[in-house]
Design a protein around this ligand. Structure first.
Ligand code: FE2
Ligand code: FE2
Length: 324
């Protein structure tokens, strides 16, 4: 099928020293966002990692995984046209799942050692809940850190969405602002999901791992939902400790990469675009930026818990939106 496109007379927007060609329908929105995209790196066209030759072949034939599939464009009766975004070199931005203005350079200078010492009963409960949960994951994954990262990200992306959803409903019920916390928590969920989208290019899930994720999600989503309703201070503290564990796991991952027990393959294309990495980046570079993300999540969640400990509501403190 052919797509009805408005792209014929595309406009050029200047964002710093770089610019993107886009359709008129989104030009207004991008004017606001263009300043955020000037650091976007040149995109690598190589296929992603961990794919079989057959999958690679299919990818070449049908476009790029997660990106635009040229032969499957949909005609919209409703006038809903996909925005056309191009890179500085004039080639089309291939990812539908995220846009250039959502990409960023990770802050690698963040302190990875920061730790919230559990003092209160609730803190200790959160701390030991996470510690206890770690044992079965250690036994299950051993030193398969690629697989471990992929599986744990399916869990890590849940709390932000649940917390954001609860705060969203609370804002509606109480006719009050959220202080930006809905957005901040949803941003965290999206960021964690992008970790998953990245690691699934490196380690492909097996059927029993998919089954495990479905079961774990069923339990964890509901448990966290209930936990957040009962005690958001406990819920955020627990996520803070989960993030501390994630930092530890990614540090172990890096050690294995440095020892050579895990091959330091080329970085998946999606990671290069999302974190604005140089085209020749490796898996090690990806793990470094993901670990930095986890440290930011740690700070956000411990901060949220601290606000509750001070007897305040989250909306009383400005949320760390865009904190990467
Ligand atoms: Fe993550
Ligand atoms: Fe995280």
């Amino acid at each position: 099928m052919m797509m009805i496109s408005r792209g014929g007379g595309s406009d050029m927007l200047v964002g710093g020293t770089r610019f993107f060609s886009i359709s008129r329908s989104v030009a207004k929105v991008l004017c606001v966002r263009a300043h955020a995209v000037h650091g976007v790196s040149v995109v690598r066209n190589e296929s992603t990692l961990g794919m079989s030759e057959k999958e690679n072949k299919n990818e070449v034939e049908s476009g790029v995984a997660g990106g635009n599939k040229e032969e499957k464009k949909v005609i919209s009766y409703w006038g809903v046209q996909p925005s056309k975004v191009t890179k500085p070199d004039g080639t089309e931005w291939k990812w539908n799942c995220f846009r250039p203005w959502e990409t960023y350079k990770a802050d690698l200078s963040i302190d990875l050692q920061k730790h919230h010492a559990p003092v209160t009963f609730l803190d200790k409960m959160a701390y030991w809940t996470v510690k206890v949960l770690r044992y079965p994951t250690d036994i299950f994954f051993q030193r398969r850190y690629g697989c471990r990262a992929m599986m744990l990200e399916t869990v890590a992306a849940v709390p932000g969405m649940v917390g954001g959803m609860i705060l969203h409903c609370k804002s509606l019920r109480r006719f009050e602002h959220s202080g930006g916390w809905i957005k901040a928590l949803l941003e965290e969920a999206e960021n964690e999901r992008m970790h998953l989208m990245t690691f699934m290019e490196v380690a492909k899930p097996k059927w029993y791992e998919r089954a495990l994720v479905i079961s774990v999600q069923g339990v964890f989503f509901n448990a966290y939902f209930l936990g957040y309703l009962i005690s958001p201070k406990f819920a955020h503290r627990m996520v803070g400790y989960l993030e501390e564990e994630a930092i530890h796991s990614y540090t172990e991952f890096l050690k294995e990469l440095d020892k050579g027990t895990i091959e330091n393959v080329a970085a998946p294309a999606i990671a290069i675009d999302y974190w604005q990495l140089p085209p020749n980046s490796t898996l090690r570079d990806v793990v470094m930026v993901v670990r930095a993300d986890e440290a930011h999540h740690r700070d956000v969640n411990h901060f949220a818990s601290d606000i509750h400990y001070q007897g305040r509501e989250l909306r009383e403190a400005a949320a760390p939106i865009g904190y990467h």
